[in-house]
Design a protein around this ligand. Structure first.
Ligand code: GDG
Length: 492
């Protein structure tokens, strides 16, 4: 990677909270950057088609930001965040105000004016950085809930840009969104975009309803019409923005290729053997987050052990809970609760050499993940609310043998597309238990039929298609109204 400070500008700019690279400092003090293997990076590579692009984001450590540098055709433009800003903008407003509010208030959101002020300040810094690297008339793709003010702040600086925003998490119903003390300013921030992409049609509808109810906008179909306001803070210029569902996906061919590799298949055999060759392996893979429904899943599994419906060594449950947001109180509490429950269940139902639940609070490489998916006879994806859930899509992609069964919560964006999964309501513990048993006991033919439909869906709706769909929608989005709009006030 080459570090240069020249003021080049780019026709395509991506902005996300994090840059797609991680810094590694070796013992002799040399710094190297490694591309973080994520869906977003792959998707962006596929749409860049070799053209030069810039990525604006935080470099992953507090304090002064490194100078912009190149990673192949990608210009990386770090935005600095101080340690205090990380606490207030990232851990606070993003992860302890917006995250719970946008996920059905599973835990109560915390509202602090000081967090909000920092969120505004950091969003403004991102907007300034994007304005600096974007060429005249460039396309800018802003990602996620951490940067909701960026579209309008950027448009104020650079009306020439085409601005899109994609929400990776759900957009809440107006009844919940209305709790946010700064609701009008957030919506106004988003309306700076030409196109707003959401995971599900319901998320787009929730957004449009919030705009109508909070800002008094009207909409025709999926286009929101903002007539401008007298309130200076909201801005006076009329705008039009389109809001629609563009569900995210995974690099299906890349992941399948990895899953088919001899190393991964061999590793899958090893894992199964080290678990004692059980008849049925149940698996959960989640960031340790209260949205993922891990406690409800454990409750159902614990009761199934208690009822004698399942028992080790024939059946074992592996739960990978990747460490996440450990400085936020709600996450620490959740970890204690989960580990207490796992301990109790194992105390009651494990025997020497036969473990009921293998609980792993660790992160693993992609290869290990792909191997684990191949070992799972039944994959449990049971979030209480999830924007999409990529684990569900990765699981079916890894099952190139056509085996396995996916239990999937209705409250994920993935459930909208993956109708052939064993769908469940994770709040209904009795129903969840029955669904898990059904996924274990269904005939191989029935399971194969479902798996084959799921695999087809993900193969034909991969991350490249998502990025293409988003950029196509952004390219034709209406933007600034050319003439006064006539509105019928109907909801989409
Ligand atoms: C947000 C939204 C939306 C997990 N542990 C390890 C690991 N992972 C990988 C999974 C998957 C990704 O992380 C998690 O993605 P999810 O979609 O399941 O969930 P969030 O992190 O909450 O993501 C979500 C997503 O954004 C995209 O828009 O779907 O709804 O909440 O790829 O495999 N990967 C590795 N080691 C781990 O230990 N290598």
């Amino acid at each position: 990677m080459v570090s240069t400070a020249d003021p080049r500008t780019y026709d395509f700019v991506i902005a996300a909270n994090r840059l797609p690279v991680d810094r590694h400092v070796s013992p002799d003090g040399t710094t190297t950057w490694k591309t973080s293997p994520g869906g977003l990076v792959t998707a962006m590579e596929s749409v860049m088609h070799g053209r030069e692009a810039a990525w604006v984001g935080w470099a992953g450590f507090p304090g002064e930001a490194p100078e912009p540098f190149d990673d192949d055709a990608l210009r990386l433009h770090p935005v600095p965040l101080s340690a205090e800003e990380l606490v207030d903008y990232y851990e606070g407003f993003s992860n302890d105000t917006l995250w719970p509010l946008y996920h059905d208030v599973i835990v109560p959101p915390t509202f602090h004016r000081s967090w909000w002020h920092t969120y505004q300040k950091v969003n403004d810094r991102f907007a300034a950085a994007i304005a600096e690297v974007a060429a005249e008339g460039a396309t800018v793709w802003v990602h996620d809930y951490q940067l909701q003010l960026v579209p309008a702040l950027l448009r104020d600086r650079r009306p020439d840009l085409r601005i899109g925003w994609f929400n990776h998490i759900p957009f809440p119903p107006v009844e919940l969104f209305a709790q946010l003390p700064w609701r009008g300013l957030i919506l106004r921030g988003l309306l700076g975009a030409d196109f707003l992409g959401f995971q599900r049609p319901d998320d787009a509808r929730n957004f449009m309803r919030s705009c109508r109810s909070v800002l008094g906008t009207t909409n025709r179909g999926d286009v929101v019409h903002w007539a401008g306001a007298d309130d200076d803070r909201l801005g006076a210029a009329p705008r039009r923005a389109r809001a629609a569902a563009v569900p995210i996906s995974i690099d299906a061919s890349g992941f399948e290729h990895l899953a088919r590799s001899p190393e991964v298949r061999e590793r899958a055999r090893e894992i199964r053997e080290s678990l004692g060759d059980p008849e049925v392996v149940l698996l959960g893979v989640d960031r340790l987050d209260y949205t993922k429904g891990i406690r409800h899943r454990l409750r159902a599994i614990g009761e199934l052990f208690e009822d004698g419906e399942i028992a080790p060594p024939e059946v074992t449950f592996v739960q990978v809970a990747t460490p996440s947001r450990e400085r936020v109180e709600a996450y620490r509490t959740l970890r204690e609760q989960i580990e207490g429950t796992v301990g109790r269940i194992n105390g009651d139902f494990s025997h020497l050499g036969d473990t009921a639940i293998h609980y792993l609070h660790q992160s693993y490489g992609r290869e290990e993940m792909a191997a684990l998916f191949q070992v799972a006879d039944v994959m449990l994806v049971t979030p209480l609310r999830d924007g999409m859930n990529l684990v569900a899509k990765e699981y079916v992609t890894a099952r190139h043998d056509g085996g396995g069964a996916l239990v999937l919560s209705e409250f994920t964006g993935a459930a909208e597309e993956m109708r052939s999964a064993y769908l469940c309501n994770p709040h209904d513990i009795t129903g969840l238990k029955q669904t898990i048993l059904r996924a274990i006991r269904d005939t191989p033919t029935a399971k194969k039929r479902r798996m084959s439909a799921l695999r087809r869906r993900v193969r034909t709706h991969d991350v490249q298609r998502w990025a293409d769909d988003f950029l196509r929608a952004l390219a034709v989005a209406p933007g600034k109204p050319e003439k006064p709009t006539h509105t019928d006030g109907k909801d989409a």
